[in-house]
Design a protein around this ligand. Structure first.
Ligand SMILES: NC(=O)c1ccc[n+]([C@@H]2O[C@H](COP(=O)([O-])OP(=O)(O)OC[C@H]3O[C@@H](n4cnc5c(N)ncnc54)[C@H](OP(=O)(O)O)[C@@H]3O)[C@@H](O)[C@H]2O)c1
Length: 251
């Protein structure tokens, strides 16, 4: 594969929310783009951003392989592993889909693409975790666990790849104003409803800066989100679980 003039960024979960804002960041900074999501809206997003859109279910191994096939023709400079869902603890089917997407596909796509980056000795990876990695999540138990996995996996990957010229950054957004809660039927919770939320554009801007600076982690975007993360890391799990449970309990 020859290295073209413009770098290529691949963003998963780019049809809305943080992924869409990340895609805009890459587009504004002169990257060519491949954007992926499950629904057909991704094609309209791709058209607006002059990108290649891939409609694919990344919760399946075949979906991951299909997206990877689309990346065969050009080296990937940046891989933003962002697609994710949340799930209520009373919805087993969705919890299992969450594990397939937030955990399984994260490992699968990361390994496929970073093997190639490692061979070329260059590349950057952004993994969207969450500040909820720092505490248990009653009523959305699999979600918080999946984000603890994403952070740990991302930092380990960083240390595996650093000597091979590949940088990995873990993004930890706080509560952000996106459709994620509505999609999981969580608008009746305090977290999904009344709680103030960050702007996805601010999250993406801080993520882009941290990624290009080669930072290990970035907590984004507001002071409230950064403080929540810091305090959560200091408090015992029994306390954070109790407080989180109040915010995430369906009413
Ligand atoms: N919003 C927050 O408060 C918050 C906070 C911390 C971290 N995060 C994380 O940020 C990331 C983006 O979430 P968001 O808040 O921006 O939510 P969002 O607006 O719902 O975006 C999720 C994206 O993932 C895609 N997606 C979902 N299931 C998929 C599948 N099976 N295959 C391929 N793509 C799929 C969605 O596409 P379709 O709509 O077409 O399915 C959409 O593009 C997630 O990893 C989330 O956990 C969010």
């Amino acid at each position: 594969m020859t290295e073209p003039h413009r770098p290529l960024a691949v963003v998963t979960g780019a049809s809305s929310g943080i992924g869409l804002a990340l895609a805009r960041q890459f587009s504004n900074h002169g990257f060519d783009l491949v954007v992926a999501a499950r629904g057909p809206e991704i094609h309209a997003v791709a058209e607006r951003l002059d990108a290649e859109g891939v409609e694919v279910d990344l919760a399946t191994p075949d979906g991951v392989r299909t997206l990877h096939q689309h990346l065969r023709h050009r080296p990937v400079t940046v891989l933003a592993l962002n697609a994710g869902i949340t799930a209520r603890s009373d919805d087993l089917e969705r919890e299992l889909e969450l594990v397939d997407l937030n955990v399984r596909s994260l490992v699968h796509l990361a390994r496929l693409v970073t093997d190639e980056m490692r061979a070329r000795k260059r590349g950057r990876v952004l993994i969207t975790a969450s500040i909820v990695e720092a505490f248990p999540g009653p009523h959305q138990a699999a979600y918080n666990a999946s984000k603890a996995f994403a952070r740990s996996f991302g930092i380990s990957l960083r240390h595996e790849l650093r000597e091979h010229g590949v940088s990995v950054t873990v993004l930890e957004p706080g509560a952000t104003d996106t459709p994620i809660f509505e999609k999981a039927d969580q608008e009746t919770t305090i977290l999904g409803g009344a709680m103030p939320k960050d702007d996805p554009a601010d999250v993406a801007e801080q993520a882009f800066e941290a990624l290009m600076a080669g930072r290990e982690t970035v907590v984004a975007a507001s002071i409230t989100s950064k403080a929540t993360h810091l305090v959560s890391r200091l408090l015992p799990d029994a306390v954070t679980a109790r407080v989180t449970g109040l915010l995430t309990k369906p009413r």
